[in-house]
Design a binder for this molecule. Sequence first.
Ligand SMILES: C[S@@+](CC[C@H](N)C(=O)[O-])C[C@H]1O[C@@H](n2cnc3c(N)ncnc32)[C@H](O)[C@@H]1O
Length: 432
Amino acid sequence: MLNLVNRYAHGFVAVPVILAAQERGLFELLESRGPLSEDAIRLSLDANGGPLRVALRLLRSLHWLSRDDEGRYAPAKAAAMRRHIPRELLELYRFPAGSPQLLSDAAQRYCEWTPLSRRRWGLDDERDADLIDGVLLIPLLFALRGQGLLEEASQPLLAPLPQPLRGALLDLFRAKGWIDGESDKPAWTEVGRHLVERMLVLGVTASYTPLLARLPQLLFGDPRAVFEHTAMDAETHLDRSLNVIASGFQHEKFFQDFDAAIQAIFDRQPFEQQPAYVADMGSGDGTLLRRIYRHVAEHTARGQVLDRYPLTMIGIDYNMEALEVAAANLRADGVPHRVVQGDVGDPQKLERDLQALGIADCENILHVRSFLDHDRPCFRPPSRNGWRPAGRFPTKACSSPTTVPPSPPPTPSKGCTNTWSAGHGCPAATAC
Ligand SMILES: C[S@@+](CC[C@H](N)C(=O)[O-])C[C@H]1O[C@@H](n2cnc3c(N)ncnc32)[C@H](O)[C@@H]1O
């Protein structure tokens, strides 16, 4: 099931790349003049170097293009497959993930496309058909979820949807083995329920719908426009709230390793020397902070004396939307907390801001960190004199039209860890 879900996610990203490349004439170019180097392709298509490189890698990893020993690209599967993807599927990227509008405005399209999906889009290879299914299913599943239509209690299944949309979707789900039962009483199968319960694993991918809707601009126009911020400083290239909720959902199993570290720190006596605060830099939706607080309260010696030795969780994120979600989640769980805007690259400013919040004893903070290996300063071991910043790991380079020169590897940097570890150590979970 995980492989299938991953193919849906891959397809949701790959199909708009394929269609943008096709629209610009990449495949015709390679068929008529290939094989061609990346530079020759860039010049012929007037493409942005960085995004083009990523697109070519993506197409190659899907075996749509091949690359010879001299780095020249030629069409592989692309020649046969590209005609099977209805261009109109791109319309689905206009709807923000979870938008109920999809179910009304795209109803007719779903009635046309679901039979194509059932016939595997005319492709021989099931896995290729799954890629196209990803475009059809990800927006649909999030729209249904947003309306509470995937819940078991919502019986009969999808009943609020008008015909013929409901019939088309039930036929599709039945063909996939996600529902069974009499036609008037369809019910989720085990596979269907499994998918529905875990569909947030598709949420990070779905959160990038706004960026995927603007791929021609990213590849061939002014990419900076794709990464603009609104007047309220919200990012326009992704749905950050969905992103933090979905990444929090996925990270839970990695957090189990945190428990042992937390246990040791909060069993240690005397209590006076234990941390008074736990601060998560890049706290997202506050999942890790909630989990740590619950663990301390329920499983450690400190948990027995929280009334005398209270513990305050501090959510820090440079993203205000994420902070709002974190604050709401911590409040809902009754976890004592503060939230503050901060940047992993600027500990001094954070210290000043915490003092302004009334937290003067920063040495009593236990800093934790999880899944924040992006958009932070990198440090290189330069000399005996210690560590020095080697520039910022360039995620902002996504909005640059050119390729980015090789930079320090994005491994957890000792300099960064040292900066945050004074006092109690710095437990961190990370995945690259
Ligand atoms: C994947 S979430 C991690 C959530 C949280 N640590 C957890 O595990 O529950 C990453 C968060 O880091 C934030 N972030 C990214 N770069 C940052 C930076 N330079 N400084 C502070 N926060 C940052 C993002 O806004 C996002 O909310």
